[in-house]
Structures are given as structure tokens and as C-alpha cells.
Design a protein around this ligand. Structure first.
Ligand SMILES: NC(=O)C1=CN([C@@H]2O[C@H](COP(=O)(O)OP(=O)(O)OC[C@H]3O[C@@H](n4cnc5c(N)ncnc54)[C@H](OP(=O)(O)O)[C@@H]3O)[C@@H](O)[C@H]2O)C=CC1
Ligand SMILES: C[C@H]1O[C@H](OP(=O)(O)OP(=O)(O)OC[C@H]2O[C@@H](n3cnc4c(=O)[nH]c(N)nc43)[C@H](O)[C@@H]2O)[C@@H](O)[C@@H](O)C1=O
Length: 333
């Protein structure tokens, strides 16, 4: 499934590796993958230990710990409702986090930094599958344009620091991610975890109907977060260019088909209703993965199996309480 080179981190054993956002969906997967590959010196800080929007605190942290490699997986992230509800937080926090980390990493001798962007950076109606060179060729999807603009600024910052200072910053654009340790908040989560929670609670309560937001017709590509972590490690080892790189799985379904997969995984046998008063967002955003293909990498976890294993994991880890407890509040560090 993965090239042999993935068996080791590819970094020297003493390398100091900082994973920003290590308790998040992607950050936690990166920590799992790095530990599996034998990383011995991971530097990890929780949000309540280091607020990455605080420039002075970030500069002090980097000056003290001088990480050799940085995986930038910290961000203000959420689904379509969260993006539309908190646009100021999304643009402010993401610009601050990425500016602080990229600048302090460069200033304090970090050898290489990987920045995680998103498939949201591409124009709403760009030709599919989305190629990296379609960036900034047409208007963005309005429901997450503040987040997208921040991500685009992060890409441009990495490119600028490479051009002016020779800083080895690389940028990966993942498609929609899912997996254990996701944000299952009933309102602010992404669609896949949001529906897992909704179907799970419907089964627990014996409800016979579940409502899906929107028309169910938009198409989305989903990739298991462990595949993302594997691809990110490969890029950190073998990729160095200012050109951004899409990371996709090719697993594309409609929202209605996704809901059916989740109903089957959770054992829900009732009726699904669609609420067209809720926004659909962008109609489609499947990624062209030619650049990752050229590196000999393919995603290995198929969507149906990934949903089943994710649901089993989150139920076993009790990440799905009834009520409004955010899964993150009960996640172990
Ligand atoms: N999830 C997805 O579908 C996709 C995600 N991405 C990108 O991947 C990256 C990770 O996303 P994902 O793992 O889903 O996000 P999560 O929300 O799961 O994790 C984000 C992490 O960043 C931390 N964080 C947020 N703000 C701050 C802050 N001010 N100071 C310190 N830490 C902070 C969070 O800590 P806490 O929760 O404690 O606040 C959390 O640990 C992001 O850059 C995102 O844009 C790209 C494409 C798809
Ligand atoms: C991941 C990437 O992409 C994200 O964009 P998105 O894919 O549009 O976001 P989403 O995961 O919330 O999927 C939304 C789609 O799904 C439908 N939908 C149905 N029912 C629920 C539901 O219960 N919750 C949600 N959130 N959506 C639902 C909803 O109507 C719409 O059609 C960015 O936010 C940004 O975070 C980013 O980086």
C-alpha cells in the first residue's frame, strides 16, 4: 500500500519534530504515523499550553525548542455551518497561527515545514478533478471563503519564505478528511462525523427519521486521516518545491450516498429526510492527484471500510456521548 521508504521516518533519530495541533484529527494521525515510523523526539503542545495565535508565545517556544521539522496541522476548522457562522474567527485565527509558526520556524532554524491547506482553496466551479494550477483562476465557494483565503495566504507565505530566504516550506492540499479523533460536534463538525453522530443518536433513541442538511446531491471526496498522515510523512521526506500538492483518495460520493453508508454502519433502518433550507456548499471538489501519483503514493483505506472502522473506534472510545459534549473535550492528550 505504501512505498518501502515509509517504514522509517527518514529523519535522523535525534531530529526534533513538532506537530502543531497534535490533538486534532490530522495532528493525532500524524503523531500515530511518526511514532509507528520510529520518531523518538516529538514536541507536542496542547492549545491550553501554547496559543498559536500569540506571536510572542510562539516565538519563545520556537527559540527554546528549535524543532528541526514542523507539521502545521493546527487551525480553526469546521464544517459548512461553522465556516458561515464564525467567519472572523476562521480568517483571524488561521492567518495568525500560520503566520506565527511559519515565521518563527524560519527564524529559529527549522529545516523543513509542511503546511496543511485544503481542497477549499480552489474555485467553486473549477474543472474537475481539481488541478493545483486552477488556484486563483475564479471565485471561491462563498460558504468557506474566509477560511479558504486564509489557507491561500498560508500557501503564498510558504512560497515567499522559500523565494526570499530559501526556507524549505512545502504545502499539501488534503481533500475532506475523516477518522477517529474527529470533531463530532452536532453543529460545527464536518458532514461525515456530523452524520455519524446524528445516526448514532437516532439509533440510541429509537428515532425512525434522520434529517440530512441540504439536497444530498453535492459530491464530496473523502480520505481517511491515516492516509493523509502517511502522505504527509512521504512529502516531508521526499518533496521540496514551492508547488502545492493535492492529496486525495478518489473516493467520491454524493451526500445522500454518504448518508446511506453511515446508516448501514450505525445500524439505522429508518427514513432519511433532506432539509434544502440548509446550504449545499460547493457542488463538487474532487482532487487531481497526479503529483502524488508521480511520487508512487496511493490512498489505501476505502471509504466504506473507513467509515465502519471509524464508527467502531469512536463508539469504543466513547467519543459519542449524547448531549452537546464536544468529542474534543473528552479526548485524551
Ligand atoms: N478535517 C478536514 O476535513 C480537513 C482538514 N484540513 C486541514 O488539516 C488541518 C487539521 O485539520 P483537523 O485536524 O481536521 O482540525 P481539528 O480541528 O481536528 O484540529 C485542529 C487542532 O488545532 C488546534 N488549535 C486550533 N486553534 C489553536 C490555537 N489558537 N492554538 C493552539 N492550537 C490550536 C486544535 O486544538 P483545540 O481543539 O484544543 O482548540 C486542534 O488540536 C487544518 O489545517 C485543516 O485546515 C484540510 C482538509 C480537510
Ligand atoms: C473539509 C473542507 O471542506 C469543508 O467544506 P464542505 O465539504 O462543504 O463542508 P462539510 O463537511 O460541512 O460538508 C457540507 C456538505 O454536507 C452536507 N451536510 C448534510 N448533513 C450535514 C451535517 O449534518 N453536517 C454538515 N457539516 N454538513 C452536512 C451540507 O449540506 C453540504 O452539502 C470546509 O468547511 C472546510 O472545513 C474544509 O477544509
Amino acid at each position: 500500500m505504501y512505498p518501502d521508504s515509509m517504514s522509517e521516518t527518514g529523519f535522523d533519530a535525534s531530529a526534533r519534530i513538532y506537530v502543531a495541533g497534535h490533538r486534532g484529527l490530522a495532528g493525532a494521525a500524524l503523531v500515530r504515523r511518526l511514532r509507528q515510523a520510529g520518531a523518538e523526539h516529538l514536541i507536542l503542545r496542547r492549545h491550553d499550553e501554547l496559543d498559536l495565535t500569540n506571536q510572542a508565545a510562539v516565538e519563545h517556544f520556537f527559540a527554546e525548542h528549535r524543532p528541526d521539522y514542523v507539521f502545521l496541522a493546527a487551525a480553526r476548522v469546521g464544517g459548512i455551518r461553522a465556516n458561515s457562522t464564525y467567519p472572523a474567527e476562521f480568517v483571524h485565527d488561521n492567518l495568525a497561527i500560520q503566520n506565527n509558526i511559519i515565521h518563527s520556524a524560519w527564524r529559529n532554524g527549522t529545516r523543513k515545514l509542511l503546511f496543511l491547506g485544503s481542497s477549499c482553496i480552489y474555485p467553486k466551479l473549477a474543472p474537475q478533478p481539481l488541478r493545483e494550477d486552477s488556484l486563483l483562476t475564479a471565485p471561491l465557494e462563498s460558504s468557506n471563503e474566509w477560511y479558504a483565503i486564509a489557507k491561500i495566504a498560508g500557501i503564498k507565505t510558504c512560497q515567499a519564505y522559500r523565494r526570499q530566504y530559501g526556507f524549505d516550506a512545502i504545502c499539501a492540499m488534503p481533500t475532506n478528511l475523516y477518522g477517529p479523533g474527529d470533531n463530532f460536534d452536532p453543529l460545527d463538525s464536518h458532514v461525515l462525523p456530523g452524520l455519524i453522530r446524528r445516526f448514532h443518536e437516532a439509533v440510541q433513541r429509537g428515532d425512525d427519521t434522520v434529517t440530512i442538511w441540504g439536497t444530498g446531491t453535492p459530491l464530496r471526496e473523502f480520505m481517511h486521516v491515516d492516509d493523509l498522515a502517511d502522505a504527509a510523512l512521504l512529502l516531508m521526506q521526499r518533496y521540496s518545491s514551492e508547488e502545492i500538492v493535492n492529496i486525495g483518495s478518489g473516493d467520491e460520493v454524493s451526500i445522500a450516498e454518504l448518508a446511506q453508508l453511515i446508516a448501514e454502519a450505525t445500524g439505522f433502518r429508518g427514513r432519511m429526510e433532506f432539509d434544502p433550507s440548509r446550504p449545499d456548499g460547493t457542488p463538487r471538489k474532487r482532487l487531481d492527484t497526479s503529483r502524488m501519483d508521480a511520487l508512487g503514493w496511493k490512498a489505501g483505506i476505502r471509504l466504506q471500510a473507513g467509515i465502519v472502522s471509524t464508527y467502531a473506534a469512536v463508539v469504543a472510545d466513547r467519543e459519542l456521548p449524547l448531549g452537546n459534549i464536544r468529542a474534543r473535550q473528552i479526548r485524551s492528550s
